[in-house]
Design a protein around this ligand. Structure first.
Ligand code: FAD
Length: 297
């Protein structure tokens, strides 16, 4: 867009909608998010999305959840968006509407069936663990195959497919795949959440550390958020982690490595982290999980 709209309606408060809507809210646009689900940023824990909603409110944005967009009408000055919330039809007027829902695979009319490539019920291409389709010399990777539609998943699968094509025995393993929302504060997660770990039958020990108790976060004047490590109680195996806070998108890589390499809370706690850095939060959350925190009770 050539101008910054005064008013913008964003349909869908997943990561794309929330990221772009936040950018416009930062430019001074009055942003209204319409989200059909109970919460924004599906997949992230409520304690994380609450921080994002608090930040959006401060910027003057409005978040309406359980609101299904029904239609958009172009007017002389902009758009009228109709939506249903709690059984009531409402209308909101704005300069523009940004639709961030409804991406789907474009696989129906390109002759895939003619060569024998099978699709699943969503129209995604079926592949095995080497990214091979149902036709043995055709491979598929990325958004067009099942799984999280993320750029780093696509490139990871591309590498595995290249190795498989060269005759290696490589297979995909998504245990350490991170998900990030570049919102404020940044949100990131990898591996299992606390709820997922419990569902899978793990006896869990959580180590949670607030950014507010970290020197680097204090010096950045950016202390909203926390880091949560999910560990297996019996031996401290790192099952997953969630971060809400500045640089969460970079910090999640260390937890991803721990998950991927089968490290324990002790491994993280005994890794010397430079001071003062945000990375120390990961070490200190591991100490909390081990029951020996130094900077919090
Ligand atoms: C607004 C937005 C923000 C995003 N932000 C992030 C992010 O921050 N981090 C992240 O990890 N992911 C993000 N994603 C998702 C990310 O872009 C995708 O997961 C990634 O691009 C998938 O790569 P791909 O190669 O599978 O598909 P694509 O990048 O979509 O590439 C597919 C290509 O194929 C072309 N094509 C389609 N049909 C045909 C055809 N019939 N013939 C020839 N060419 C065709 C398309 O034009 C396209 O160029 C975002 C997506 C969107 C829409």
């Amino acid at each position: 867009m050539k101008e910054i709209p005064k008013k913008l309606v964003v349909i869908g408060a997943g990561y794309v909608g929330t990221e772009l809507g936040t950018a416009y809210a930062n430019f001074g646009t009055e942003v209204t998010f319409l989200e059909g689900a109970k919460d924004i940023l599906g997949g992230f824990e409520k304690s994380m999305t609450q921080l994002v909603k608090k930040g959006l409110k401060k910027k003057g944005a409005t978040v309406i959840t359980e609101a299904m967009a029904k239609g958009v009408e172009e007017t002389k000055d902009g758009v009228k968006v109709s939506y249903e919330v709690k059984g009531k039809e409402e209308i909101i007027e704005a300069d523009y509407v940004l639709v961030t829902v409804g991406r789907r695979p474009n696989t129906s009319e390109i002759g895939l069936e003619q060569v024998g490539i099978e699709l699943d019920e969503k129209g995604l291409i079926k592949v095995d663990k080497q990214s091979r389709t149902t036709v043995k010399n055709i491979y598929a990777i990325g958004d067009i195959v099942p799984g999280a539609p993320l750029a780093h998943k696509a490139s990871y699968e591309g590498k595995i497919a290249a190795e498989a094509i060269s005759g290696e025995k490589s297979e995909v393993d998504y245990i350490g795949i991170p998900a990030v929302a570049f919102v404020e504060p940044e949100l990131a997660m990898v591996g299992l959440t606390e709820a997922q770990a419990k569902e899978e039958g793990y006896d869990v020990k959580v180590g949670k550390f607030p950014f507010a108790a970290n020197g680097r976060a204090l010096s950045l004047n950016n202390t909203d958020g926390f880091l949560k490590l999910i560990t297996r109680k019996e031996d401290g195996l790192i099952l997953g982690g969630q971060i809400a806070g500045p640089n969460a998108s970079d910090m999640i890589s260390e937890i991803g490595l721990a998950v991927e390499a089968g490290m324990t809370a002790e491994d993280l706690a005994l890794t010397i982290h430079a001071h003062p850095t945000l990375g120390e939060i990961t070490m200190e959350a591991a100490e909390v999980a081990l029951g020996s925190p130094i900077h919090i009770m």
